[in-house]
Design a protein around this ligand. Structure first.
Ligand SMILES: [Zn+2]
Length: 86
């Protein structure tokens, strides 16, 4: 007699990591910072300062008075393949 085996569970599908959501949250986190001149939380403008080998350095400027209110280095996750031939 042919009958399906009990206990055989079909796969529910692969769960892929959602890297985009994490990035968006990261942007939101820095969208409002405290400005010492305006003395309140202000919307900021993101400005790319430098591109370093280990990442990109950004500066956050107050949208009203252009005071620098924060800096951040965004790490660039590069897949570096080290190839040893010997
Ligand atoms: Zn300001």
């Amino acid at each position: 007699m042919d009958r399906p085996r009990p206990g055989s569970h079909p796969y529910m599908g692969r769960q892929e990591p959602r890297e985009e959501e994490h990035r968006q949250f990261d942007e939101l986190e820095a969208s409002s910072l405290f400005c010492p001149k305006c003395k309140t939380a202000v919307p900021v403008r993101k400005r790319l300062l430098l591109v370093l080998p280990e990442g990109e350095r950004y500066e956050y400027l107050c949208a009203y008075c252009s005071t620098s209110v924060g800096r951040k280095v965004k790490e660039v996750k590069q897949k570096i393949h080290l190839i040893h031939t010997r």
